[in-house]
Design a protein around this ligand. Structure first.
Ligand code: SAM
Length: 580
């Protein structure tokens, strides 16, 4: 009999707490009962204070990839701030995107809604409470919908509304970092928030509220000062996490917000839409040793160091000095590297890298010749190319157009540069699909090119995101496209009679199988996202097709490639097999 006993009743137990694995229970019921006591001890981290970072989370025991670090519900959540000025808007009840112009309206406040039965409309933690305030504006808009109904202020309003209903949560929120010292009256961000959020709320809703409060003698909201609204907007900008599932939501979490940034984060997180909010679960993405800081990523993993650091400085007010930022090669990925143009227009074949990547005025030097570039020259070149890439990508380009752009870019940029990565990632999703390149039309050369690009992208993606913390969808697409490139080629070769006696076919089959196995693992935290769901369904179809082929042709992929296997298909005429 097991000598592990239930922490609640002392009876033999087998069910271990999945987070800390330090206590066990005889069943779910006792685990639930014991949670109040255990939750204080359960967490595998402590909150520490760092002179540079502020409060942060530090592991108190070793963690391995996949271990749960924390799971919690938000203090508050709502439609994402800083929305685009046109297009669909979030329903204030459920945050799902709707077409404001043609949608139903909330009977309380007239804001566009998904439908009058939306459960969130009456829920006091969602639209229920704010609706009373929003309904105080008596005029109704026919035109200028986006100016009149500003769903992007609703999260700030929900934060303000906590002060009377849930003062503890409000206090928790106001403890968070707002960086008001960097968002003073003369800053652009202050002016933007002042006109977009503060004046909008004060003029339209809080002014009539104050009149009403005066008449009734009852205070609904204590503090609606400009200062407090600005601080709340600072707190949202610095701490809110974005949730991109069925809706565009931002949420503030009571503990998760303490995770510091690293451009090589050691955690990943997923969200589950539960009746009382979007639960976040944070898991280790890499091995984390006791004493190590627990990190996440606040910026874009596929941007080069200068772009990431600038973004972090402007939005989160600090200069990143993580190991990726400090390494001129960005962990061997060469994501920011340029090709050296050499002297007299003759490229030397070398690579230009920043001498000191965390110095904003760094010089760039070639690893082969003595050509140096100023940072201003590099920025001018990279930004110019970036704009061209954006314009071409937005124009729904053909394979030819993207191919031409890629060739042009490769004169100046390293083959792994992040702008090149973006173009290649688009190209691999056009080869095999676009008219002229469908599976029956695409040439062998293009298929080889697609597979080669996929392998290059895989290598870069793994270097910049070793824990698959930030790029599961990118990686999932690459793995699936590599599988498809191989699959079309395998079928072609098979039809030509070139079968498993040729080494390249066996290698392609093995790589295809490996891709399908890996992609399922890579996407395991993406089951709740629409893009993840779609990709997983495509992969299921591909897996069935592949397995059927393997079975039908009695192929044993675990067997070592036979010594006798021919190196290439030029010898195929002799290798034709019958009937398999
Ligand atoms: C979401 S908050 C994290 C909690 C915060 N440290 C606190 O004390 O409340 C983000 C802020 O933490 C600090 N921070 C996070 N990661 C950092 C890093 N890698 N280096 C320096 N400061 C960092 C910055 O001030 C940033 O604006």
């Amino acid at each position: 009999m097991s000598d592990i006993v239930c922490a609640e009743c002392g009876e033999p137990a087998e069910l271990k707490c999945s987070a800390c694995k330090l206590v066990a229970y005889c069943g779910k019921e006792h685990q639930k009962k014991h949670w109040k006591t255990h939750k204080i001890l359960c967490r595998p981290f402590e909150i520490a204070e760092d002179p540079e970072i502020g409060k942060c989370l530090v592991a108190t025991r070793d963690l391995k990839p996949g271990d749960t670090i924390l799971a919690e519900l938000p203090v508050v959540y709502g439609p994402r701030p800083h929305m685009v000025e046109e297009g669909p808007v979030p329903c204030p009840g459920c945050c799902r995107l709707i077409i404001g112009e043609s949608s139903a309206r909330c009977e309380g406040c007239d804001f566009p809604i998904c439908n009058p039965d939306c459960k969130g409309l009456k829920d006091m933690d969602k639209h229920g409470h704010e609706c009373m305030i929003l309904g105080l504006r008596d005029i109704r808009a026919i035109n200028g919908l986006h100016e009149f109904y500003r769903q992007d202020v609703l999260l700030a309003l929900r934060c303000l509304l906590l002060q009377n209903r849930q003062p503890k949560k409000f206090a928790q929120l106001m403890e968070m970092e707002s960086h008001m010292e960097r968002r003073g009256e003369n800053t652009e961000v202050y002016k933007d928030i002042e006109s977009r959020v503060v004046s909008y709320l004060l003029d339209n809703f809080f002014a009539p509220l104050r009149i009403l409060e005066g008449r009734s003698g009852k205070q609904v909201l204590q503090d609606v000062s400009r200062e407090t609204i600005h601080k709340i907007c600072g707190i949202i900008d610095v701490n809110a996490l974005e949730i991109n599932q069925d809706a565009e939501v931002s949420a503030l979490y009571p503990t998760a917000y303490l995770m510091e940034h690293s451009c090589v984060p050691n955690t990943t997180h997923l969200f589950e839409n539960e009746p009382n909010g979007y639960k976040i679960t944070i898991k280790a993405a890499l091995h984390i040793q006791s004493g190590e800081h627990i990190t996440t990523m606040y910026t874009h993993c596929l941007w080069g160091t200068q772009a990431r650091r600038e973004h972090l400085r402007e939005t989160k007010y600090f200069s990143c000095k993580c190991k990726r930022c400090c390494d001129p090669t960005e962990l061997g990925s060469y994501l920011s590297a340029l090709r050296c143009i050499g002297t007299d227009g003759e490229p030397c074949g070398g690579t230009q890298l920043p001498i000191d990547p965390i110095d904003d005025d760094t010089e760039w030097a070639c690893d082969k010749c003595n050509v140096k570039l100023t940072n201003a020259e590099v920025c001018f070149l990279v930004n110019g190319i970036g704009e061209e890439v954006d314009n071409v990508q937005l124009s729904n380009p053909t394979v030819r157009e993207l191919d031409a752009l890629l060739n042009k870019m490769l004169t100046f940029l390293h083959q792994n540069h992040y702008h090149v990565y973006a173009v290649k990632h688009s190209l691999i999703q056009l080869y095999g699909y676009q008219q002229g390149y469908t599976p029956s039309q695409i040439t062998d050369d293009c298929l080889i090119k697609k597979a080669t690009m996929c392998r290059e992208l895989l290598d870069i993606t793994r270097k910049v995101d070793p824990g698959n913390a930030r790029l599961p969808l990118y990686l999932g697409v690459i793995l699936h496209e590599l599988y498809l490139a191989n699959w079309i080629m395998i079928k072609r070769k098979w039809d030509r009679g070139i079968k498993t006696k040729v080494k390249s076919v066996v290698l392609m089959l093995q790589e295809s199988q490996h891709c399908l196995e890996q992609v399922r693992e890579v996407l395991k935290n993406e089951i709740n996202t629409p893009a993840g769901e779609k990709l997983i369904s495509l992969i299921e179809t591909s897996t069935k097709e592949f397995n059927k082929f393997i079975e039908r042709n009695k192929i044993d992929l675990s067997a070592p490639i036979k010594e006798k296997a021919k190196e290439d298909e030029t010898e195929n005429e002799e290798t034709k097999e019958n009937g398999t």
